[in-house]
Design a protein around this ligand. Structure first.
Ligand code: PEP
Ligand code: MG
Length: 293
């Protein structure tokens, strides 16, 4: 079995009828990149940047972040590295953010909501990301989007950051791809308008399932009810794909569901362009794709 999978290294992710899809890897820290390359992923589809904040006693500096993003870009040697901006709050608490205790943390002050209300934290991360863009193929994506205005606001802040860097004579890529995560039903319902604003979508099926089914993803008691195969969740994914393609944008899946071999064929039929999964799932999914008509 292992040898069979090993033989798939260097091969394309292509179905028998010729449909291709990108297979990228999810990582939680820079030390995972060895595994990404070893398993022959085409890129990094989700770099959860939270570890930078979680392992620190205070806000990571621009330099600290820059060196990590630069290293990720360089280690991937020209392959795409999609870095997600901080997704702190709810299940990921960090003391120095001094977040208030909330009744409903999953519906609360988290992720992009923190970034848009504390732009100094957001801008430090964006500066580090843009500076690192000169060293490889970095793309940036934003978590927990619900509204078009949020994306417009993000783009304004990005423009401010780029202007500052330009004025300081710091080199960066002007055309860094910018995407959003689709992980709320609201984002799906306005996906056609969101698609006009960004370069790509990446579906966070863990949160999309939680918010679509109104089921706390952390409550083990609710496990029997937490069903990412629920037709409502699959329909959300289908609609998001249709919207992205109608606007000429690409769409990937970076939540756990992307690695579900029972759904690989369904995702291919929907025209999903990229699946981002844990490194160890790259070759099994490649195998599945190559066996599919
Ligand atoms: C998701 O919600 O599916 C996702 C990929 O993000 P996280 O699991 O980090 O919330
Ligand atoms: Mg999420």
């Amino acid at each position: 079995q292992k040898e069979l999978l090993n033989e798939l290294k260097g091969k394309e992710n292509v179905t028998k009828s010729g449909q291709k899809i990108n297979l990228y890897a999810n990582i939680g820290s820079i030390s995972d990149i060895g595994l990404v390359l070893k398993n022959d992923a085409g890129g990094v589809g989700l770099f959860r940047s939270e570890f930078l904040y979680l392992e620190n006693d205070t806000f990571p500096t621009e330099e600290q972040q820059f060196s990590v993003y630069k290293k990720a870009a360089e280690s991937m040697a020209g392959k795409k590295v999609i870095i997600r901006t901080l997704d702190i709050g709810a299940d990921k608490q960090v003391d120095y953010f001094e977040l208030e205790k909330e009744e409903n943390p999953a519906l609360g002050y988290r992720a992009i909501r923190i970034c848009l209300t504390r732009p100094e934290i957001f801008k430090t991360q964006l500066r580090a990301l843009y500076r690192a863009s000169a060293f490889g193929q970095i793309a940036i994506m934003f978590p927990m989007i619900t509204s078009v205005w949020e994306v417009k606001k993000i783009k304004e802040i990005v423009e401010e950051v780029k202007k500052e860097l330009r004025e300081e004579g710091i080199t960066f890529r002007e055309d860094v791809e910018m995407g959003i995560m689709i992980e709320t039903p609201a984002a799906v319902m306005v996906s056609r308008d969101l698609a006009k604003e960004v370069d790509f979508f990446s579906i966070g099926t863990n949160d999309l399932t939680q918010y679509t089914l109104a089921i706390d993803r952390q409550n083990l008691k609710l496990d029997p009810f937490y069903d990412p195969h629920h037709p409502a969740v699959l329909e959300m994914i289908r609609i998001a794909a249709e919207s992205a393609h109608a606007e000429g944008k690409w769409i990937g899946i970076c939540g756990e569901l992307g690695a579900d071999l029972e759904l690989t064929e369904t995702f291919l039929k929907m025209g999903i362009d990229e699946l981002s999964v844990s490194p160890s799932m790259i070759l099994p999914i490649r195998k599945k794709i190559r066996e599919t008509e």
